[in-house]
Design a protein around this ligand. Sequence first.
Ligand code: PRT
Ligand code: ZN
Length: 285
Amino acid sequence: MMKLTLAIQKSGRLHEDSMRLLKECGIDMSNGVNKLKADASNFPLELYFLRDDDIPQYVEDNVADIGFVGENVVREKKKEVISCEPLGFGKCRLSIAVKKGDAYNGVEDLKGKKIATSYPVILGDFLQEQGVQAEIHPISGSVEIAPGIGLADAICDLVSSGSTLFMNGLREATPILQSQAVLIKNTQLPPEKEAILEKLLFRIRSVKKARNHKYILLNAPNEKLSSIISLLPGMKSPTVLPLAEPGWSSVHSVLNENDFWNIIEQLRDAGAQGILVVPIEKMIL
Ligand code: PRT
Ligand code: ZN
């Protein structure tokens, strides 16, 4: 039977989240895991474990059909691959940072400066777009120490919490790319593999949706039901069940994480009691 081959990071920041996503998609990878490859026992999928930098190339060359990799790497490598789906993990931004004490009023202040980075392509495109001429100094690691040792005036590197910049006496000046892990695919997958990918994408989207939503249960006096129900978006309309105590009902619905706290407060003000919020495992729409 035909299998889809998926390249994921062998070790590093994206490895665990990539494995977890597959697991939440109900794909069991415990079959024959070795250092290079693993086989799913219950889905037509084979995993390759690679360095993240190599994944776009392998997908372009059809060594792997699809890959999970940071958008930052996809943009830097400029390989011919198709980005199909953001995966919701590995979130960070690529930013220009300067020394804490240096004045910085905007990108034009970088004119004639030396910028150390592991992302010369993305930075080069950005500076060109902005019409700023600066010297790009490509280095492969420990970019954040470059200004401190006099190797560069500024850096362009990935930031998530900002603590690496802070500890090295730098401050974030201009973010140039928001990034997260994405699913990329080869541009010429045969229809049989496209069909397997569709199944995988359907599962990934259900998992992502569920992560963003919560199931909510609450009790309400019947005379306040209509105002409480009007606060709940829900997938269809909420479920309303009578409680054993006369005059009271139980209301069940689904809430989006984004407006969650807002709605909870409004529900309490409207007379809801005994509010329970539970995670949703999968959400099929
Ligand atoms: O061995 P391999 O080549 O596969 O791994 P790698 O060392 O090149 O990559 P790895 O594991 O460090 O990162 C893999 C991917 O994770 C990146 O390509 C990004 O898409 C994503 N990601 C998310 C990050 C970060 N957040 C991140 N914070 N990658 C790196 N960092 C580094 C950053 O370079 C800096 O050194 O963390 C530091 C900053 O973090 P804060 O929290 O101090 O701001
Ligand atoms: Zn890497």
